[in-house]
Design a protein around this ligand. Structure first.
Ligand code: HEM
Length: 441
């Protein structure tokens, strides 16, 4: 464990892989004054993430940093405020809403495809990362905060993204300084959070002015109708943007890259989409099994939430090691998804692994993948992502709509971009692919 902090900061994914390879599935990290364990054995991962939100909590540096932006919103909250907030937000993510959500997603994709219609037969090389950020922003604004707030939502999203990046930048300072020290990063962060507060106050006030009737089924309306105080509503607005915008964008970007690298898999997806009309959200897995398998497999190779952490509130045992109260457990989906014991030939993009018809597939029939400790793009246990169903519909519908009449391919001189592990996994310098119209099927 010699290379310590600089290695974690400069190449966190490489550091995690190296640590796992050299020292095994349960290893102590070089963190001063704390026992911090990298936990990679599925049984231990299950113990940490499934043993109850009060046993292993989110009282960690990772979520404390996030809370500087989101406050004690649903993603970062580490105490008993979590359950009532989860209950208040849950109806906005109920599966009965997903059909309406998928209509908004189709419209958002339709606006992109409308722009692509002017491409010549040779197509054009475009930054699909920028495109993914734009289209997912459109979706979150329209689906969670109501259409006519779109302008304000843009400002909210941009301020949130900036603040989240600054938190990461701050976490990577060689000598992390307390938040009250007026460093340039701390000052920018404070300004971004002030902007966020102002924008949220405006959004909430405008919505209160319009009245919070029972007809409001979007997240903002539901939170206000649940009687949450404005501060708590503000925290959830920001949380949903932090948790639900860049994550989906990151997944879409890497999926498009993987499909450009594997045109055979992309052709099969297009053929499946063309053979099917608009599919109700709840039947996507059954009607578009290959497209959905592409999403599942892409989330295996590029899980946007690449690391999560917990703190033990009481002594516990992991493997055959007694761990004291206060121990930090670090769990990395990036690592678990590359464990050759669970995933043979782990670096290969093979959606067939998730094709329900495939023998040995981790999903079959109505079985879901939410119970596996070696596949957890959305986490595991009580703190499972509230946006899981929403995201899977979003990604499947976006891919279907974007690739129905257009193909993505690798431009000349292609080299895979480096993966930057910040809040999510992002391609360093963007991701440029050729987008070409395809003959109608
Ligand atoms: C929690 C990943 C999309 C909202 C989580 C967690 C992961 C995750 C790994 C668990 C964190 C932990 O256990 O420490 C993802 C990925 C997404 C995605 C990969 C997209 C591909 C979304 C969307 C929303 C959302 C679209 C909302 C609009 C949340 C919230 C939590 C959460 C609020 C905290 C839930 C709780 O603790 O009760 N997400 N997420 N996520 N996610 Fe997502």
């Amino acid at each position: 464990m010699a290379r310590g902090f600089a290695a974690i900061r400069d190449n966190p994914l490489g550091f995690l892989e190296d640590t796992r390879r050299r020292y095994g599935a349960l290893v102590a990290f070089p963190v001063p004054r704390t026992t911090a364990l990298l936990v990679s054995d599925p049984a231990d991962v299950r113990r940490v993430l499934q043993s109850g939100a009060r046993t292993w909590t989110k009282a960690t540096v990772q979520y404390a940093a996030l809370a500087r932006v989101t406050g004690p919103g649903l993603l970062a909250v580490a105490d008993d405020r979590w359950l009532p907030r989860r209950r208040a937000a849950q109806p906005a993510f109920h599966h009965a809403r997903l059909d309406a959500v998928s209509e908004s997603i189709r419209s958002a994709a339709g606006r992109v495809v409308g722009e692509w219609r002017s491409l010549s037969a040779d197509g054009a090389v475009l930054d699909v990362d920028a495109l993914a950020m734009r289209v997912t922003l459109d979706v979150i604004g329209r689906t969670l905060f109501d259409e006519d707030l779109a302008e304000v939502t843009d400002a909210l999203v941009h301020a949130t993204d900036e603040a989240a990046e600054l938190v990461v930048a701050q976490g990577r300072q060689v000598v992390p300084l307390p938040s009250w020290v007026p460093t340039p990063v701390n000052r920018r962060l404070r300004r971004a959070v002030r902007d966020l507060d102002r924008i949220c106050r405006e959004v909430i006030a405008r919505r209160r002015l319009r009245g919070v009737g029972a007809s409001h089924h979007d997240l903002l309306g539901l939170l206000l109708a649940a009687g949450l105080p404005d501060d708590a509503v503000r925290d959830e607005l920001v949380t949903m943007v932090v948790a639900g915008h860049e994550t989906v964008a990151s997944a879409l970007t890497w999926t498009l890259m993987l499909l450009a690298e594997q045109p055979g898999h992309q052709d099969r997806l297009r053929a499946e989409v063309r053979a099917t009309g608009d599919v109700p959200a709840l039947q996507l897995r059954r009607e578009l099994p290959w497209t959905r398998a592409v999403v599942d497999e892409s989330l295996r190779l590029f899980p946007p939430g690449w690391v999560v952490s917990r703190r033990a509130m009481a002594p516990d045992v992991l493997g055959d090691r007694a761990v004291p109260a206060g121990t930090i457990a670090i769990v990395s989906p990036w690592l678990l998804h590359r464990d050759p014991a669970a995933w043979p030939d782990p670096e290969t993009f093979d959606p067939g692994r998730f094709d329900p018809g495939h023998p040995g597939s981790p999903v079959s029939g109505t079985a879901t993948t939410t119970a596996r400790a070696d596949y957890l793009p959305f986490g595991l246990g009580p703190r499972l992502c509230i946006g899981r169903g929403f995201s899977l519909v979003e990604l499947t519908v976006l891919l279907a709509e974007l690739l129905r009449d257009h193909a993505v391919s690798l431009p000349q001189g292609w080299r895979r971009p480096e993966v930057d592990a910040f809040v999510t996994l992002r391609p360093r310098g963007g991701l440029r692919l050729r987008v070409t119209p395809c003959a109608p099927g």
